[in-house]
Design a binder for this molecule. Structure first.
Ligand SMILES: [Zn+2]
Length: 287
């Protein structure tokens, strides 16, 4: 069943790329189970410049196509995005590289927010590199706050900008990662409401859990190899041969946007519902 759901997500992604725009709406509105909340967000893009060429890391055309991809990801709940500002941070070419000196990474991100962010907007910072953060950062439920809907993504990430931004919009709209290394979800789903991402239609995801699985060195090598294969060959096929405490093999949705795998493709229905709830709550409060 879960396999079918994953394949459905994959199919929607593939088919959507092949269809003309006029058919997109039709395709995504066939799902009557999801709320349609008709919300458009203006995104403010703050783009760092390359420290060598001094050119912006992305052109406005590249960000327009990123927005089109975002709109496809979120269209099942009728949420869309527009690029309302393209701000090149050209005054200081060092802003794109967030390292831990002379002030900490978090302090530097805070400084970017203080200097450039506008309140009541979703601000997206396109940076070159952020030390010690894997593919960016955002605030969980940031949309419920006045000034924490800030997303930082980095060029040096295996995901493309749309996939990274979609993942962090997921956090901003109240989703957790599908994996939680500190809280093991069982494959049979019996503890799905209290572990992992607390959502039950996303299968248990062992990403990052090797430390608590008492895995043997051989198993750890397999896991590492699987991730490397996925990164380099983009196979997106899960061959992680390790079982949960009940002896069942993990079969996560590698295509889930909230996963840690470089195969991001879609959200599940329960993820859409939770995002819709959070967004509706935020419209009462601030946005
Ligand atoms: Zn995340």
């Amino acid at each position: 069943m879960k396999r079918i759901k994953f394949l459905w997500l994959l199919c929607v992604c593939v088919i959507s790329f092949l269809l003309p725009d006029s058919l997109h709406a039709q395709l995504h509105h066939t799902n009557q189970d999801l709320p349609c909340i008709n919300k458009n967000y203006n995104l403010l893009a703050h783009v760092a410049v390359d420290s060598t060429t001094r050119e912006p890391l992305y052109s406005s055309e590249e960000l327009d196509s990123m927005v089109s991809k975002l709109n496809m990801f979120f269209s099942p709940i009728c949420v869309s995005f527009s690029l309302c500002e393209f701000n090149v941070m050209e005054n200081d070419y060092s802003l794109g590289r967030v390292v831990s000196e002379p002030i900490t990474t978090n302090q530097q991100l805070l400084e970017l927010k203080t200097r450039f962010s506008l309140r009541r907007r979703i601000n997206v910072f396109f940076l070159d590199y952020i030390r010690a953060l894997d593919c960016g950062s955002s605030t969980y439920q940031g949309i419920l706050t006045l000034n924490d809907a800030n997303i930082y993504v980095e060029r040096r990430c295996f995901d493309d900008p749309a996939e990274q931004v979609a993942h962090h919009l997921g956090h901003t709209f109240g989703l957790l990662n599908t994996f939680d290394p500190t809280n093991m979800e069982l494959v049979d789903g019996s503890n799905c409401a209290t572990t992992g991402d607390l959502i039950c239609d996303t299968p248990a995801d062992p990403f990052g859990q090797s430390a608590i699985l008492n895995a043997t060195q051989e198993e750890l090598d397999l896991i590492a190899q699987n991730l490397l294969d996925t990164l380099f060959y983009n196979s997106c096929e899960f061959t992680y041969e390790i079982r949960d405490p009940n002896g069942q093999y993990y079969q996560p949705d590698m295509g889930n946007i909230m996963s840690g795998y470089p195969c991001k493709c879609g959200f599940t229905n329960d993820q859409f519902r939770l995002m819709a709830e959070t967004i509706l709550m935020s419209t009462i409060k601030h946005f």
